[in-house]
Write a protein that binds this ligand. Structure first.
Ligand code: HPA
Length: 278
């Protein structure tokens, strides 16, 4: 951790050889949602593997590229593929890219994921804006953080999901006629899906959706003072709700089906952001 300044400098030096502008918004695209990057104008792709100190995802459907581009004249940087705790990366590595995005100059971070619906009133294929989260990963990306000269250790999470960004997402959903749920995301480590008993527990403690990502990145984004907007694509009803087995293939299939709705919402959101001072 003492070397975070040095490692960031090296990562940035590499990226700056190819990209010299300042993106306003960073997007982290989860399972099956990477196609969003194909909508960018003037795209420039850099494979994660070329960026010093960047991890590389081992999950199928994650393409491991950083894509710079524009949408509605708004400069954005997209992470096509993210890292999971279950891939055995430490939280520090999972969240390293968020630190790089901050160095690049982003002000807003959009995090997306595939999740299971814990709330029985939601449906497979629904989109949910995250209003809050419950960290059940048993770890925290700021554990061991000692560079309080750079960023604080004790981070307020009261507005972890920025209230203004939540409103902008809702506005974009309304304008684009994309139905949007809202709720609390619970993060488990995975990679096994939850048991029905765990899902009943999650329901009783106030979770609406469950997944295996996002929370580490959101904690670090808050440490860095970024405004966070989070969206879950509910690819399945969580274990035990429908009395049938969960299947990773179903997760990927649902995200493919809901893709256009998802892209519409993100594009609408970015259009609203392009009209704002951010
Ligand atoms: N549980 C955890 N993670 C998930 C799920 C789920 O049901 N669906 C997609 N990601």
């Amino acid at each position: 951790m003492e070397n975070i300044t040095k490692t960031l400098k090296k990562s940035m030096k590499y990226i700056r050889r190819y990209y010299s502008s300042t993106p306003k918004v960073g997007l982290i695209l989860g399972s099956g949602l990477g196609v969003m990057a194909d909508s960018l104008q003037n795209p420039l792709s850099i494979p994660y593997s070329r960026i010093p100190f960047f991890p590389v995802s081992t999950v199928k459907g994650h393409s491991n590229t950083l894509v710079f581009g524009e949408i509605h004249n708004l400069k954005v940087v997209v992470m096509k593929g993210r890292f999971h705790y279950y891939e055995e990366y430490p939280m520090e590595d999972i969240t390293y890219p968020v630190r790089v995005l901050k160095e690049l100059g982003i002000k807003v971070l959009v995090v997306t994921n595939a999740g299971g619906s814990v709330n029985p009133r939601f449906r497979t294929g629904d989109l949910m804006v995250l209003t809050d989260h419950i960290n059940l990963m048993g770890d925290n990306p700021l554990r061991g953080w000692s560079r309080e000269d750079l960023y604080p250790r004790f981070i307020d999470m009261t507005f972890g999901y920025n209230p203004e960004m939540i409103q902008v997402l809702k506005k974009a959903a309304l304008k684009n006629k994309v139905p949007l749920r809202q709720g609390v995301y619970a993060a488990m480590t995975g990679p096994s899906y939850e048991t029905p008993a765990e899902i009943r527990m999650l329901d009783s403690i106030g979770a609406d959706a469950v997944g295996m990502s996002t929370v580490p990145e959101v904690i670090v984004a808050n440490q860095l003072g970024l405004r966070v907007a989070g969206i879950s694509l509910l690819t399945n009803m969580a274990a035990g709700i429908l009395k049938k087995k969960l299947d990773h293939k179903e997760v990927l299939e649902t995200s493919e089906k809901a893709r256009s709705k998802f892209i519409k919402l993100i594009k609408g959101f970015l259009l609203e952001l392009s009209k704002m001072e951010i």
